[in-house]
Design a protein around this ligand. Structure first.
Ligand code: TRP
Ligand code: SF4
Length: 386
């Protein structure tokens, strides 16, 4: 059996395989309902599990939750922006937003010290979310290392609903650190349905396909929590009236298995994966326009070896990281994007000029965004009280 490894740095290449092999469903049938969302419209959000639940909550104006987690390991870049845009979008559709700073995972898996993770989570991620439009109302932001008691009880309880063989089948090689990270993520995704956080309601987790193993496992755990009630018994063998408030709330917990959506990853500027650990692969949203332009100028394109050849054969926008930026972020108008595509394919567009155009668009975006970042700084405290 093939596996997806959430901690591997390989980009996922074969999206079709995910439908056949792992049972992710195509997002196509929801596309026409969300013409305002660029990622949906362009098939960048390509798959889902149980999105019908979310769709009907949106349609019927019923409560639902969007939850996501961030690995605080470096600067906030355009790959991360994709998730942030989805947060802002779900918030505009009425979702409560839960955001987890996965500092335990980044410590266990990437050896990032907690202090550094904290700084990055607040001053890179949260600040950028705010600058991109996230509003404080209805947002819960927490650190895996420091949160409410029931959350930890739920993490421990998840371990009782999974076998080791099951985990090995999903993740292959396991380490104790991976096991803890997986259990933490399960609690991240399920805990918004704790009785005192709002109880059972649909939850959507928008992720890259690399996170699907966690989703599959979490959905199983959720069903098992419903099926097998937990008993907490005090030292005298009683279980009524004497167990702690936290245990009681866990015991009474019912939950809707979480839904998920899957997006295709943006390519890095070198053509491979966009990775926080390789600055030449990403564009940060806090990049100075000069650094940004330098990165654009040395980015990999889908152009030909010479201008003559390009005029004759045309470029390959599918393989171009500049086109990738237009597609995901810089060009919202579909007609304009189509024009770029046609001109590139037809050899009318030459990479040098195209990069200059891209640099202009990018500088304009960064200029505007960085003003918003300054303002965002002042309201971080409304999202997270330390
Ligand atoms: N594991 C995720 C990553 O590598 C981060 C994460 C932690 C997360 N908790 C989550 C993602 C809950 C979605 C939902 O980026
Ligand atoms: Fe990419 Fe533009 Fe060159 Fe086409 S013309 S390959 S879109 S940089």
């Amino acid at each position: 059996m093939k596996r997806i490894d959430p901690w591997d740095s390989q980009a996922i290449g074969d999206y079709q395989n995910l439908f056949n092999e792992f049972g992710i469903e195509s997002f196509d049938r929801f596309r026409r309902y969300f013409p305002d969302n660029r990622y949906v419209r362009r098939g960048i959000i390509f798959g889902h599990r149980d999105f019908d639940r979310i769709f009907s909550a949106i349609k019927n104006k019923k409560p639902f939750v969007m939850i996501t987690g961030l690995m605080p390991s470096g600067r906030f870049h355009f790959g991360h922006k994709m998730v942030a845009d989805q947060m802002v979008w779900y918030q505009s559709l009425g979702a409560e937003i839960f955001i987890c700073a996965a500092d335990v995972e980044s410590w266990l898996m990437r050896n990032i010290p907690f202090e550094k993770a904290r700084e990055i989570a607040l001053n890179e991620y949260l600040k950028n979310y705010i600058a991109l439009g996230l509003k404080p109302e209805g947002v819960t932001f927490w650190f895996q290392s420091n949160y409410r008691k029931e959350y930890y009880r739920l993490r421990d309880m998840a371990s009782k609903r999974i076998t080791f063989n099951e985990m090995k089948a999903i993740y292959g090689d396991l380490t104790p650190g991976k096991i803890i990270s997986v259990l933490a993520q399960i609690a991240d995704i399920i805990h918004p349905q704790l009785p005192d956080l709002g109880g059972p309601r649909p939850v959507v987790v928008p992720v890259g396909a690399d996170q699907d193993p966690h989703l599959r496992l979490t959905r199983d755990v959720a069903s098992r929590l419903n099926a097998e009630r937990e008993e907490f018994i005090d030292i005298n063998g009683r279980n009524e009236g004497v167990i702690s408030k936290e245990d009681e709330s866990i015991r009474d917990m019912e939950c809707v298995p979480p839904s998920s959506t899957y997006h295709k990853f943006m390519r890095g500027l070198r053509g491979g994966k966009m990775s926080s650990s390789d600055p030449s692969s990403y564009l940060a949203l806090s990049e100075t326009p000069r650094d940004a332009i330098n990165k654009i100028m040395s980015a990999k394109t889908g152009g030909r070896a010479t201008v003559d050849e390009q005029r004759e054969k045309g470029g390959v926008p599918e393989n171009c990281t500049i086109y990738n930026l237009y597609l995901y972020h810089l060009v919202d108008d579909d007609k304009e994007l189509e024009k770029i595509y046609r001109e590139c394919k037809g050899g009318e567009r030459i990479c040098g000029e195209c990069k200059a155009t891209c640099s202009d668009m990018l500088s304009e975006f960064l200029h505007r965004h960085q003003k918003n970042l300054e303002k965002a700084e002042d309201i971080i405290g409304e999202f997270y009280k330390s």
